[in-house]
Write a protein that binds this ligand. Structure first.
Ligand SMILES: C[S@@+](CC[C@H](N)C(=O)[O-])C[C@H]1O[C@@H](n2cnc3c(N)ncnc32)[C@H](O)[C@@H]1O
Length: 229
């Protein structure tokens, strides 16, 4: 008799998109961490300059901390720390958080969701979210951006980074790094994202669209906004 391989639930069998995203990143956390742990050295100079500009704006609000939302392995959190920002990371995946803590024991990382932040009103000096709003479906984006607006101090900056693409062109992956997953990727243009940010009361400061380099399939978008002072 051959043992049956346990079936990974498909996305519809998870309670919701958060549970599916959490389980997927828990499954790939070690491989993802190994693949993407050298961001400062391997990232595009333009991306680094946008992050450096954000760090300079957020430093004006120190000692109020900056939150790296969807911090993954914590590499970019550590980069912000090296740029002189008081910063901590928040990630949906407990395994990602454990790996980030192990790699960066001097920094704080919490398990949590950007869709419902366990943070008091107007306490953050900045929010950075790189390649993490791509896992938030369109109908949850207004609540998420309302959360960002709620926790930011007046005048504090927000930087979002994401692959630019058509909303219709959603990607669903069932495998990555050899692991079974159930992960949705929601592509959006900078215009779609800035429209939603503006509706949440945030003020647009800059949009950067960089062409894909090397293995990248889609342009990289950065949107810098701030809460009104
Ligand atoms: C593509 S990785 C990006 C990691 C890191 N920001 C980077 O650029 O290297 C996306 C990360 O966002 C996290 N994530 C996805 N949805 C989230 C949510 N609702 N709240 C917090 N983190 C989330 C995932 O667990 C994962 O670690």
């Amino acid at each position: 008799m051959t043992a049956e391989k346990p079936q990974t639930p498909t996305i519809t069998e998870y309670a919701d998109f958060l549970e599916a995203t959490r389980a997927s990143y828990d499954a790939i956390a070690p491989a993802y961490t190994e693949a993407f742990s050298d961001w400062p050295a391997e990232s595009n100079p333009l991306d680094r300059s946008v992050v450096a500009a954000f760090a300079e704006l957020a430093r004006d609000h120190a000692p109020a901390p900056t939150a790296d939302l969807g911090s993954g392995p914590g590499t970019i959190t550590a980069h912000l720390h090296a740029l002189g920002l008081p910063v901590f990371g928040v990630d949906l995946s407990p395994r990602m958080v454990a790996l980030a803590r192990r790699a960066h024991p001097e920094l704080r990382f919490h398990v949590g969701s950007m869709t419902s932040l366990d943070l008091p009103d107007e306490t953050l000096g900045g929010i950075l979210a790189l390649y993490s709003i791509i896992h938030v479906p369109d109908d949850h984006l207004p609540t998420t951006f309302a959360e960002f607006h709620r926790v930011l101090r007046p005048g504090a900056p927000l930087l979002l980074g994401f692959q630019s693409g058509d909303t219709e062109d959603r990607l669903h992956l069932t495998e990555r790094f050899g692991q079974e997953i159930a992960l949705d990727y929601h592509w959006r243009t900078p215009e779609t994202v800035t429209g939603a940010l503006t509706k949440a009361g945030l003020r647009l400061q800059a949009r950067v669209l960089r062409e894909p380099q090397d293995e990248e399939k889609r342009p990289r978008a950065f949107v810098l906004a701030r809460k009104a002072a």
